[in-house]
Ligand binder design. Sequence first.
Ligand code: GDP
Length: 283
Amino acid sequence: MSINWFPGHMAKARREIEENLKKVDVVIEILDARIPHSSHNPMLDEITQHKPRVVVLNKVDMADKQATDAWMAKFKSEGKYPVALDGRNNQIIKRIEPLAIRATAEIFERMQKKGIGRRAIRAMITGIPNVGKSTVINNVAKRKIAKTGNTPGVTKQQQWIKAGEQMELLDTPGILWPKFEDEITGKKLSLTGAIKDTVVPLDEVAIYGIEFLLTHDPARFNAFYNINVSESDDVVDVFDAIGRSRGLKAGGNEINYEAVTNRVIYDIRNGKIGSYTFDEADA
Ligand code: GDP
């Protein structure tokens, strides 16, 4: 999805989510498991207040397993109901629904005590662009509902989708804007594809990715590109090595740096080199 977030968009998105919040018992926040901190917009905490929260660490297939375990523990310690999954898997409702049931147990107990008859648990999905909201909704609904690349502020008739045995889900996700706390957050959002390629200079994104890999997984990085570089090498030498190894030339023997930049970003963004998590749970 590729929209520019102006203050008006943000205000409207916030209002829409606030409206929808009134209708639901539980919020299902989708995060990118590779950047659970950077893909979270803290505005959601402000407006949901004490509403129970299921946290889906999506794209877990591309995240580091140990880091995912650490994030799961952190979210549990915060009283949230986390689950790590691949949103494309068609069994995900079996993982999400039990958490929604646990998250809302108290609410329904209170209702029962007041003599209010049991009804379906109502839930809504939220998250920043590209974390997999539509993928999850469509998968749970078993049909194509949420348009991939949907825009905030485009109002349409909302519907409840039956999701699992006891849950109903709003068919339109609450779209949050990516929050830039600092430059590094911007680079992480770009590296994982959460923001447009025009927002942060791509060479900086690629350099961030290369430095991350040379610090965290140098052997795999070298093996993947069939090169021999280290953390202490000048980053231009790393670009040169990748360019030579992959034959990315600009004519003659010159390295095509733009092509190297794009290749590195593509390889990291799509999990080709390996599965990495860029945010630390205990940071
Ligand atoms: P939305 O903007 O939040 O609705 O995100 P989409 O549902 O459109 O997903 C963005 C991209 O991520 C699509 O290309 C999906 O196929 C892909 N995607 C969604 N979930 C997963 C997942 O768990 N693993 C992987 N590898 N890709 C996913």
